[in-house]
Design a protein around this ligand. Structure first.
Ligand code: MSP
Length: 653
């Protein structure tokens, strides 16, 4: 293994139905890591594939009246199509029905058999067909599969067994000696207790169906599907064949990304198979949580399975990838629906990032005739921005090495918003009015463009479609040296004299209009955003009379309040009457938000209240304060604390 090799895998998915957004999540995580490591100069190998054998797939093929291979062929084609649409950069796609895979499974099994770790016995146990898993009587929950809760079948047959128990102590030692091996730590602890409670030998063959790889020494048996499936991670590298250079290059630098449902297979069965065969275990297994949707877990019977293709078509692969990774909390379950995606698209992508590009190119065009001019007059505030890029790069690295995708994105967005704030602070539109400030103006405009370049390189592993479009607008498509990770170690990668090309918004805003029987999605007209930038460019410095002092501001008492109850005000379609709690005090507030919020959804929410506003009577009710909301055209959003560590009564300042 070379110093800088990185081998990343996804589970190989069952072609028993179309893939959904949960599968897309794991694959997007793997792709992001693969792209990030490539950017950092690693020699990366990224593998995904399909797990095509087993009783469940054989039954599905029968139901569809197709030979199993024809049945899986169709689905595998749809998997490959999805990964293409999602911009997945896998180096290989392994199918367990391929000869290159089958031969390795057979060799591995034969090897372990020859050394005496596989023996024949008879098996009686409970089998869950959908999970392809055997369970002992004591593992069942209410007589059903402990993983999926579905009924199990009693199976009695002659089988081959793998002496897993023999390796339990070695595995435990390995897990204890390598704290990095199982991530996150909570899953590592679960696995340690699982192994400590005792490992049984594993049944690794079946005779009740034949859609599988024949056991080499006894071909009336087929190999148990998990033994078959796990081996994909090394069969794709040519392990045990004459063409094994990939294996020597990339194993054991493997990082297996899996959902929490299959951590046990990857951290117990798989390392033991490898130990028995004299192969090192993979470097790491990361088990992420479930992506939950309306109605909980996705399932066909609940009819809540979300197809990623529709979302990619409507919003683009980048926005879809971003929202998946941003919403998924580290190591825990996450919740997802289309509204979540649209909110992320409108706020983080369109407002924060897209507008940064749009404002910057608009100002370079207006004030500099479209040319990025060398910076000559740096000020302290510039260093703050420049240093923040460096810090963000470090945070990104540590977050991604820990599989904290959402944290990684959050730090990039802090940088993007720092750049937006830099524009407010330096006010280029004011500098432009003073001919003595020309050099400073050009420096500010340069820094704005350069911060976009840095952010673009940092987001590129998450949203691989972004760089091409940003480079085009910044006019640096033909400057490959400004596209690399190394180039953002320094500030100043955009060559002076570069000509920008103003283009369409990076992420057009989406309006969801509630309609009877569903929601309609429309792209907001771009001229709205453009008009905003024009205003900004032309805006006068706020007149002296309008400015207030800090003392004046501090006279306004802003407090956090918790909504205890909410109801509509009779005969007033815009008003809600709220009872709120501000520390020990209760108050009644009438707010004009009835067209934006249902009373029920407000209960328990923390909001910001102007606490020293003179009481006013509205529709006969005395309102003792005002609730703050952000208003943008027809949209309204109450202001709530971003974290949960502040209680009602807290001061807002
Ligand atoms: N074929 C086995 C894996 C063999 S790997 C050697 C398998 N396939 S699967 O098609 O059922 O895919 C399971 C994987 O899909 C999960 O481990 C997880 O990575 C992903 N997900 C499926 N549903 C998911 C969610 N609802 N949420 C998040 N990930 C989910 O198991």
């Amino acid at each position: 293994m070379g110093e800088k090799t990185f081998y990343v895998t996804t589970p190989i998915y069952y072609p028993s139905g179309k893939l959904h957004i949960g599968h897309a999540l794991t694959t997007t995580m793997a792709d992001t890591l693969a792209r990030y490591k490539r950017l950092r100069g690693y020699d990366v190998y990224f593998l995904t594939g399909s797990d095509e054998h087993g009783q469940k797939i054989q039954r599905k093929a029968q139901e569809a009246n197709l030979p199993p291979i024809k049945y899986v062929d169709q689905l595998v084609a749809s998997f490959k199509g999805l990964w293409q649409r999602l911009n997945i950069s896998n180096n290989d796609f392994i199918r367990t029905t391929e000869q290159r895979h089958k031969q390795v499974v057979q060799k591995l099994l034969q090897k372990i058999y020859d050394q005496g770790d596989i023996y024949k016995s008879s098996y009686e146990g409970w089998y869950c067909t959908p999970c392809e898993t055997f369970w002992t009587e004591r593992q069942l929950e209410d007589g059903n599969c402990p993983d999926c809760g579905r009924p199990v079948e009693l199976v009695k047959e002659e089988s081959y067994f793998f002496r897993m128990s023999k390796y339990a102590d070695r595995l435990l030692q390995y897990i204890k000696d390598n704290p990095e091996f199982i991530q996150p730590i909570s899953r590592r602890n679960e696995m340690i207790s699982f192994i400590e409670s005792g490992l049984e030998d594993l049944c690794i063959s079946r005779t009740t169906f034949d859609w599988g790889i024949p056991v080499p020494m006894d071909p009336k048996h087929v190999v148990y599907v998990w033994f078959d499936a796990l081996t994909n991670y090394i069969s794709a590298l040519g392990y045990g064949t004459e063409e094994d250079h990939l294996f020597h290059k990339y194993w054991p630098s493997a990082v297996h990304l899996v959902g929490k449902d299959i951590v046990r297979f990857h951290t117990v069965i798989w390392p033991i198979i490898l130990m028995a065969a004299g192969i090192d275990p993979p470097r790491q297994v990361f088990g992420h949580g479930w992506l939950l949707v309306d109605g909980g877990k996705m399932s066909k019977s609940k009819g809540n399975v979300i197809d990623p293709i529709g979302l990619i078509e409507r919003y683009g692969a980048d926005a879809f990838r971003y929202s998946l990774l941003r919403e998924m909390p580290y190591g825990a379950d996450g919740y997802y629906n289309e509204e979540v995606l649209v909110n992320r698209l409108n706020t983080d992508l369109a407002n924060d990032f897209g507008n940064l590009l749009s404002r910057t190119t608009a100002m370079i065009k207006k004030f500099n005739g479209g040319e990025i001019i060398a910076p000559t007059e740096q000020e302290e505030i510039d260093n703050e921005l420049i240093n923040m890029s460096k810090e963000t790069q470090e945070q990104l690295d540590s977050a991604l090495n820990n599989f904290e995708f959402s944290r990684a994105l959050a730090s990039i967005w802090r940088f993007i918003n720092r750049a937006n704030k830099y524009i407010e602070e330096t006010a280029p539109w004011t500098l432009a009015k003073d001919t003595n400030k020309k050099a400073r103006l050009q420096t500010v405009l340069y820094n704005m463009a350069e911060s976009i370049r840095h952010a673009t390189i940092m987001v590129s592993p998450f949203m691989p479609g972004v760089p091409v479009r940003v480079w085009e607008q910044l006019g640096i498509t033909d400057v490959p040296s400004a596209h690399t990770w190394e180039s953002i170690a320094e500030w100043g990668g955009i060559p002076a004299g570069t000509k920008i090309n103003r283009g369409s918004p990076l992420f057009p805003r989406i309006d969801i209009k509630e309609q009877e029987g569903g929601s309609q999605v429309t792209e907001t007209k771009n001229n709205k955003t453009d008009a905003k930038h024009e205003n900004e460019i032309n805006k006068e410095q706020i007149s002296k009379e309008e400015q207030i002092s800090i003392e004046e501001f501090s006279r306004i008492r802003l407090r956090l309040a918790k909504v205890l109850s909410a109801e509509k005000v009779a005969n007033a379609d815009k008003l809600l009457k709220l009872e709120v709690k501000i520390g020990d005090e209760k108050r009644t507030i009438v707010a004009g938000i009835a067209q934006h919020y249902q009373p029920e959804e407000l209960i328990g929410k923390k909001v910001v209240v102007v606490a020293n506003l003179k009481p006013a009577k509205l529709r006969g009710i005395v309102s003792e304060g005002m609730i703050l909301a952000a208003v943008d055209g027809g949209s309204l959003s109450l202001i709530s604390p971003e974290r949960d560590n502040v209680n009602d009564g807290a001061t807002v300042r």
